[in-house]
Design a protein around this ligand. Structure first.
Ligand SMILES: Cc1cc2nc3c(=O)[nH]c(=O)nc-3n(C[C@H](O)[C@H](O)[C@H](O)COP(=O)(O)OP(=O)(O)OC[C@H]3O[C@@H](n4cnc5c(N)ncnc54)[C@H](O)[C@@H]3O)c2cc1C
Length: 432
């Protein structure tokens, strides 16, 4: 539990606290990170906070490199950058998200009652494989699964139960507190064998026995289904060709904003005061809960509570930073109409916001631009310099991306920040 009674930090202060606690274990991360044990002591459990940017990968990496020799924390730096890699990969190939949603819709419409019934049983933790049922319950009860458990469970779903991968991805998306359109969709695609053609992830009994806590394997029910010789990859599902879009750069702070502007703060980035938006002087700052998105994606109660808590925390920090009125509105008719309404009420010239990445909020961008345009309001999208630097590099596999990142990180350590990473103001926020 964090100081506020939550198992996963839902405020920036609690996230920083968790990170400070975890830091001394960063050097043993490579050796122990694959172990799945009660309390998950070998991993940070910061993903819900990182996903909504209560704390940023940039500041975590800066803190690691300031505290330890590169080689001793390389694995953790690499894992943190997996998140940025997946974000960039999806931003360059938004079809992967659109195809996932379309396929989910198609499967829900056309799958047989037998498939849907079995999927429901497995998700409810009644599939009959003791350890997998335990993971299903852990996910719905806590909103979290260890990375290795996610791999085992998704592999079991796709290759043992042979259920449609999109239904499993949707189950994770509804319940994970860190649910992210990039890491989740692409993680599932990888397990199913779509992401790297011909390579799927198969759960193996021997691997579970090596890395999973013995008490979680005590129930032998169904273990024979996970036998090393028994699990075979399911056929790779068909999907339309993915095209790659051109990267469109955005400024880290608004270019020229005379007049009255509002700052829209959303769950994709809950620390605007630690970004290029820190020097903005908004007339109002606003958080919005889009109820249509919540309903469409069926988000769990725990997830909703975490989102609301994160937004509340961001409002508190924004109030201190910007000294302007900070509001929250529920938006039954969607974000676009709420931004237009508050814009009119506050007599704004327009809104400034971080551009949401590909995902449910990203899907709302066209409508936001249209509705605000019709209401005579402008919108200026910004992007963090960190994302602007790393995300466009996710053109192919992770390792070419990592090679570039590693070179830059090592250069950054040789006292020449201009050549290395841009580890500036946000890094200073964490007193290591
Ligand atoms: C099928 C599947 C679905 C997943 N869905 C999500 C998701 O919706 N959201 C999400 O944040 N992660 C997802 N992951 C990645 C990973 O499982 C989680 O990021 C990790 O388990 C979070 O726990 P932690 O914070 O304790 O990680 P730590 O091991 O402490 O790692 C620190 C941080 O690095 C990043 N990270 C670590 N491993 C990965 C990885 N493999 N991919 C991307 N980022 C990583 C995360 O931001 C994480 O918080 C998924 C993985 C799989 C296999």
């Amino acid at each position: 539990m964090d100081g506020t009674g939550w198992a996963f930090p839902a405020t920036r202060a609690a996230s920083l606290e968790r990170w400070r606690e975890f830091l001394p274990r960063a050097r043993s991360y490579a050796a122990f990170r694959n172990r799945v044990e009660p309390g998950h002591p070998h991993v940070s459990r910061l993903s819900p906070a990182i996903r909504s940017r209560l704390i940023n990968t940039e500041e975590c990496i800066a803190g690691l490199l300031a505290s330890f020799p590169f080689a001793s924390v390389e694995k953790l730096v690499q894992e943190l950058l997996w998140r940025d890699y997946w974000k960039g990969w999806l931003e360059l190939r938004p079809d992967a998200w659109a195809n996932y949603l379309a396929e989910l819709e198609r499967v829900r419409r056309t799958a047989s009652a037998e498939v849907m019934g079995r999927a429901t049983e497995v998700m409810a933790g009644r599939g009959g494989v003791g350890v997998m049922d335990r993971f299903a319950r852990e996910l719905t009860e806590t909103g979290y699964l260890h990375n290795h458990a996610r791999m085992w469970w998704a592999g079991y779903w796709c290759h043992v139960e042979r259920l449609p991968w999109v239904l499993g991805a949707d189950f994770f998306y509804r319940h994970l507190l860190d649910a992210d359109p990039a890491s989740n969709t692409l993680g599932w695609r990888w397990v199913a064998g779509l992401q790297t053609r011909g390579k799927a992830y198969l759960p193996r009994r021997s691997n579970l026995e090596r890395y999973c806590a013995p008490e979680w394997l005590r129930d032998p029910a169904g273990m024979e289904k996970l036998g090393d010789d028994r699990v075979q990859a399911a056929p790779v599902p068909w999907e339309p060709e993915l095209s790659r879009v051109l990267w469109v750069s955005l400024p880290e702070s608004p270019r020229d904003v005379p007049g009255r502007w509002g700052l829209w703060i959303h769950g994709e980035d809950l620390s605007p005061e630690l970004s290029g938006l820190r020097s903005l002087r908004p007339a109002v700052a606003l958080t919005v809960l889009d109820e249509a998105i919540v309903t469409k994606h069926g988000l769990s109660r725990l997830r909703m509570q975490a989102i609301l808590r994160g937004l509340e925390d961001a409002r508190g920090r924004s109030s201190a930073q910007y000294g302007c009125p900070v509001e929250h509105r529920a938006a039954p008719d969607g974000i676009a109409s709420m931004l237009a309404r508050v814009g009119r009420e506050r007599r704004l010239d327009g809104w400034v916001a971080m551009r949401p990445a590909v995902g449910p909020l990203g899907d709302a961008i066209d409508e936001i631009e249209r509705v605000l345009g019709d209401a005579g309001l402008a919108v200026q999208w910004c992007r963090r310099s960190w994302d602007e630097r790393w995300w466009p590099l996710a053109r192919s596999g992770f390792f070419p991306f990592w090679e570039k990142a590693e070179r830059a990180l090592r250069r950054g350590m040789n006292d020449d920040p201009a050549q290395g990473l841009l580890l500036d103001a946000t890094a200073a926020a964490v007193p290591f």
